[in-house]
Write a protein of this length. Structure first.
Length: 364
């Protein structure tokens, strides 16, 4: 792997808008959150026609940056494909995007213990295990050329793999209601692979399952994007960041129990007392930024200077634009970022989909 140093260049919204103006393909995004995956599609030259997001605080962030994008605020269970077709006047959508909530399958969660149970997700108590199938319902109703879904790699591990199911996992046969079977039976060639964001320009080791479905009448094979040769460290990514006194005070943890444990840790070490407390290594990419990292007293990945990450740092960890507006409190801003798809990861996937599938199909 090439180790020649490549300067880290922060992203700005001007670049995102410039690329999106190319309007190479059209996207509808479900479970859009604060706009991580949308940023990736726009960076790849796509036009995001509309999004679906039922969490009000996430919609506030999205709207602050993209006021002209149509937002469907309802629960996805209430959203119908024919409504989207009529509102947007689309006959053949290019991409339907979706990142159904993954807490039930995350390796950092309770996994099997939570399956089928109602629990609080943002500001609503509900079960979330069925949301992938609601996304599949919209695929059936909209019939996009391609769908792209993102989830945690835990969906392929342990008992969860029986919920996903695939020929590669040896799970064809009895389990016909799995995610994989459902998507395949809709008339799509389904591909899936775990990608690590650190190989696509993101200074964070964040492994995510990326599922790509190509409509079977489009007889073109999809291949996942190749990994970059260069991996950014946090020290490189943070090099040009300047903080105010107030920003550093906001992430001070010395009044909490985790601080006494944090100061004992060396860079790259994980606490034995607090499982989720990890002091990052400044010479490597960050560990995974989670939605709970913004709770000041809670154990999570922390800066090598024994504090939480500032919002400016968290944006770079997630590859969000410097000038992207995040609404709400510090905790809410980090939650928006921790739940997001890194834009540079989605850009790599979306570019590959356009170059290999959509551009060739349009020219036939």
């Amino acid at each position: 792997m090439d180790t020649t140093k490549i300067k880290y260049n922060p992203l700005y919204l001007e670049e995102v808008k410039r690329e999106s103006n190319k309007k190479l393909f059209k996207v509808v995004s479900t479970f859009a959150g604060g706009g991580g995956s949308s940023l990736g599609y726009r960076l790849a030259g796509g036009e995001v026609l509309a999004i679906n997001e039922f969490v009000e605080s996430a919609r506030d962030t999205y709207r602050a940056n993209w006021p002209d994008t149509k937002i469907y605020p309802s629960d996805i269970r209430e959203l119908k494909g024919d409504t989207i077709i009529r509102d947007l006047n689309i006959k053949d959508l290019d991409i339907l995007d979706g990142s159904p909530p993954c807490a039930s399958f995350s390796l950092s969660g309770n996994r099997e213990k939570d399956w089928g149970k109602e629990k609080k997700y943002s500001d609503k108590v509900q079960t979330t295990d069925d949301l992938f199938f609601e996304y599949a319902r919209l695929i059936e109703e909209l019939r996009p050329k391609v769908f792209i879904a993102e989830n945690v790699k835990g969906l392929l591990i342990g008992s969860a793999k029986y919920f996903f199911g695939s020929s590669q996992l040896g799970l064809f046969g009895e389990h016909n209601e799995t995610i994989y079977h459902t998507l395949t039976n809709l008339g799509y060639k389904v591909y899936y692979k775990v990608l690590n964001s650190k190989y696509y320009g993101v200074p964070q080791s964040r492994e995510r399952l990326i599922i790509v479905g190509v409509r079977k009448d489009i007889d073109i094979t999809f291949k996942y994007p190749k990994a970059n040769d260069y991996i950014y460290s946090l020290k490189e990514a943070f090099e040009s960041i300047e903080h105010t006194k107030e920003e550093l005070e906001e992430v001070n943890i010395d009044r909490f129990a985790i601080y006494k444990e944090a100061i004992k840790l060396k860079e790259g070490e994980q606490s034995e007392k607090y499982f989720n407390l990890i002091k990052v290594d400044s010479n490597k990419p960050s560990g995974t930024l989670t939605q709970t990292a913004g709770s000041i007293g809670a154990a999570s990945i922390i800066h090598w200077n024994n504090r939480k990450f500032t919002v400016k740092e968290a944006k770079r960890i997630m590859s969000f634009p410097e000038d992207y507006i995040l609404t709400g409190s510090y905790r809410e801003k980090i939650e928006r970022l921790g739940r997001a798809v890194p834009p540079l990861l989605m850009r790599a996937v979306a570019k590959q989909v356009y170059n290999l599938i959509l551009s060739k199909w349009e020219n036939k």
